[in-house]
Design a protein around this ligand. Structure first.
Ligand code: SAM
Length: 330
């Protein structure tokens, strides 16, 4: 592995690729799904598993060592366990995690374990079954929670619970989420809502991490946790004596662009070096035209070189990116 190749023009080392397996999702989260007709890729426009694995192999040779599998809902895609197994056998890939809405977790948890996945990110924006239905459009809270309990019983580690902070929707539940960390070793992560696509929930004046932290601090002292090697952008804390952690992800109020190490491969085969910029490089067309590994590596290097130095969002400047989160992969 050549771990020095993937550096961008701003001296950031890129070693993390997020891979969206599908643009399809079984939930209709109010902050994620577009208003009106949901655009869907044709099956033939979605990268095949062997194409994704080829891109990951090439990326690994360039220095990528960390992969997150996401979507859409990745567990919706047929053959996902075979793909995860193959992914886990790519040399140079040291860290694999799966982001899911958890609906299919319970029925698949043993398969996920069997293919070697240890790290789970589960999106859960409410602990109240009725509100869960309002946010997602489906009465599936208990099914998701069952999956989370089973993942815990099978010692998945870490289990991260992603909570998108939505003003007037789930801001009355932040303490309940924080309290979970006293009983479970979960990493509860509050994420600032980003203006992406044309979702039904307005991101005008989003809740910022500092406000969420103030709320959560009312039940205990938050002690900072040191960051580890494969850590993402969350600012991590723990209540004294708690089993789990609290994290704050602050793309709006405290963007982490200067340490961003990520690329995103969309389900349609486009490589996006920045979540919040619509710039991308098409890998699918050259792949299907028979380009060599070296030629594909050149395209990946170009995307890295053109990675924007930073995004332009801030609490006072919230121009949305035009693509939908479900098509980019969160
Ligand atoms: N279906 C999977 C899931 O629900 O986790 C993976 C895809 S989802 C797009 C990935 C993550 O993006 C989820 O944690 C979701 O909450 C987050 N997300 C989606 N839209 C967002 C937005 N506008 N701002 C912040 N996070 C968002």
């Amino acid at each position: 592995m050549n771990d020095s190749v993937l550096s961008d023009n701003h001296n950031r080392k890129i070693n993390y690729l997020r891979v969206s397996l599908t643009d399809r999702c079984n939930l209709k989260c109010i902050y994620c799904r577009p208003i009106g007709e949901i655009p869907r890729l044709k099956h033939s426009d979605i990268l095949r598993y062997e194409e994704i694995l080829r891109i990951i192999n090439i990326s690994s040779d360039l220095g990528v060592s960390k992969i997150r599998v996401t979507g859409g809902e990745p567990l919706l895609r047929k053959g996902v366990f075979g793909f995860l197994y193959d992914l886990n056998h790519i040399s140079g890939i040291e860290d694999i995690s799966l982001t899911t809405n958890g609906v299919f977790l319970s029925e698949n948890i043993k398969k996920i374990k069997a293919v070697g996945i240890q790290r789970l990110n589960i999106s859960l924006d409410s602990l109240d079954p009725r509100k869960f239905k309002k946010i997602t459009g489906h009465d599936l809270f208990h099914q998701v929670w069952k999956g989370i309990e089973q993942a815990h019983a099978l010692n998945f580690n870490p289990i991260k619970i992603n909570v998108v902070a939505l003003k007037g929707v789930n801001d009355d539940e932040f303490l309940r989420f924080a309290e979970l960390t006293f009983s479970y070793p979960f990493h509860v992560r509050f994420i600032e809502h980003m203006p992406i696509g044309n979702a039904a929930v307005s991101s005008y004046r989003p809740l910022l991490s500092s406000e969420i932290k103030d709320t959560v601090s009312s039940i205990g002292k938050l002690v900072p946790v040191n960051k580890g090697l494969f850590d993402g952008p969350a600012d991590r804390y723990r209540f004294e004596g708690a089993a789990g952690e609290i994290g704050f992800i602050s793309p709006i109020s405290h963007h982490f662009c200067e340490t961003c190490n990520r690329l995103r491969l969309t389900a349609s085969g486009h490589l996006r070096p920045c979540l919040l910029s619509d710039y991308n490089e098409d890998l699918k067309t050259p792949l299907r035209k028979g380009f060599s590994d070296n030629a594909l590596a050149e395209i990946i290097l170009r995307a890295v070189k053109n990675k924007p130095s930073q995004h332009r969002l801030s609490p006072n400047h919230l121009n949305p990116v035009s693509s939908q989160m479900s098509s980019i992969g969160g």
